[in-house]
Design a protein around this ligand. Structure first.
Ligand code: NAD
Length: 294
C-alpha cells in the first residue's frame, strides 16, 4: 500500500516576512524619487482590546518598513461627525497614502458610512464600495488584505487555480466575498458557502477550501478530498481555550496536500498585504501627482 503523506504546512510567518522584505526596494525608490516614504494613518475608536493589539502590530510593522505612520485613537463616545471630520482631514493630507479605520467601531457609529467616506485611492483595507466594485468587475484595485494574503499563499505553493473547484466558506464583505471574487478572477470554479449551505457536500468536491467562518473546527478531515489545499482563515478558541481555526487541523493534515496552521498561517499575511497595499497606494498617488506637475 502506498504510504499516505501528511500535508505540507504553508508557513504564513515566513511568507509574510518574504512579502515585507520584497517591499524594501519600492520604499527606497519612493524615497529617492519623491523624497518621502509611504504614509499610513490608522484610526481606532474606543477600547476594543483586540483592536488595540491589531493596531499596535500594524503600526510597528509600518515603522519597521520605514513608513511614516500616525495613530489616531478617539474616545468611545466620539460622534459620527467627529470620525468623519478626521477621515476628511486624512483624505486631504498629502503625506497620508493609506487610511485604515479599525473595525469593529462602537455600536453608535455606522461603519459603512465611515468606510465610504475614505478616499478610495487611500483605502488600503480595500473595503470601500469603489474598490470592492473594481474587484467584482475584475479590474485592478486595492484588495481586502486577508483574501489578498490567501491568494498570495496559493500562488506561493504553485496551486493551479484555473478550472479548479474552490469552495469559500463564509460570505462576509471583508473575507468571503472578496476571496471568492479573487478566485473567480483567476478562472477558478467558485462555490460560496454560508450558514444555510450544505458545507460538507461542497467541501467533499473541492480542490481548494478556504474557510472563513469563525466556528472552531467546523471543517472535518473526513470531508476533504484527498490532496485538497486547505486555507484556514478562522481564529477561534477550542474547548481548552487554545487558539484554533475553522478546520480540524490534526485530522485535515492527514488528507490535504497543503494546509495552513492557526496561528501562524493566514494571520501574519494580513498585515503584510496591508503594507503592500500602502506601498501600491503611495506609488500610484505619487506617480499621479508627478505627472500632474510635469
Ligand atoms: P463574519 O462573522 O463576518 O462571517 C462569517 C461567515 O460565515 C458568514 O458569512 C456566515 O454566513 C458564515 N457562517 C456562519 N456559520 C456558518 C456555518 N455553520 N456554516 C457555514 N457558514 C457559516 O466573519 P469574518 O469577519 O468573515 O471572519 C471569519 C473568521 O475569520 C473569524 O474567525 C475571524 O476571526 C477570522 N478572520 C481572520 C483574519 C486573519 O487575518 N487571519 C482576518 C479576518 C477574519
Amino acid at each position: 500500500m502506498p504510504r499516505r503523506m501528511t500535508a505540507a504546512i504553508i508557513d504564513g510567518k515566513a511568507l509574510a516576512a518574504k512579502v515585507r522584505a520584497g517591499l524594501g526596494a519600492a520604499v527606497a525608490e519612493l524615497r529617492a524619487k519623491h523624497g518621502r516614504p509611504p504614509g499610513i494613518a490608522v484610526v481606532r475608536v474606543g477600547e476594543d482590546p483586540a483592536s488595540k493589539v491589531y493596531v499596535t502590530s500594524k503600526e510597528k510593522t509600518a515603522q519597521e518598513l520605514g513608513f511614516a505612520s500616525w495613530q489616531h485613537h478617539l474616545p468611545e463616545t466620539t460622534t459620527q461627525a467627529d470620525v468623519l471630520a478626521l477621515v476628511r482631514r486624512l483624505n486631504a493630507d498629502d503625506a497620508v497614502d493609506g487610511i485604515l479605520v479599525q473595525l469593529p467601531l462602537p455600536k453608535h457609529l455606522d461603519a459603512n458610512v465611515v468606510l465610504e467616506s475614505i478616499d478610495p485611492a487611500k483605502d488600503v483595507d480595500g473595503f470601500h464600495a469603489v474598490n470592492a466594485g473594481h474587484l467584482f468587475q475584475g479590474r485592478p484595485s486595492l484588495v481586502a488584505c486577508t483574501p489578498a494574503g490567501v491568494l498570495r499563499m496559493l500562488d506561493e505553493i504553485g496551486c493551479r487555480l484555473e478550472g479548479a473547484r474552490c469552495v469559500v466558506i463564509g460570505r462576509s464583505n471583508i473575507v468571503g466575498r472578496p476571496m471568492a471574487m479573487l478566485l473567480l478572477n483567476r478562472s477558478a470554479t467558485v462555490v460560496i458557502c454560508h450558514s444555510r449551505s450544505d458545507v460538507e457536500a461542497e467541501v467533499r468536491r473541492a480542490d481548494v477550501v478556504v474557510a472563513a467562518v469563525g466556528v472552531a473546527k467546523l471543517v472535518k478531515g473526513s470531508w476533504l478530498k484527498p490532496g485538497a489545499v486547505v486555507i484556514d482563515v478562522g481564529i477561534n478558541r477550542d474547548e481548552a481555550g487554545k487558539l484554533c481555526g475553522d478546520v480540524d487541523f490534526e485530522a485535515a493534515k492527514e488528507v490535504a496536500s497543503w494546509i495552513t496552521p492557526v496561528p501562524g498561517g493566514v494571520g501574519p499575511m494580513t498585515i503584510a498585504m496591508l503594507m503592500s497595499n500602502t506601498v501600491a497606494a503611495a506609488t500610484r498617488r505619487l506617480q499621479l501627482s508627478s505627472t500632474r506637475t510635469s
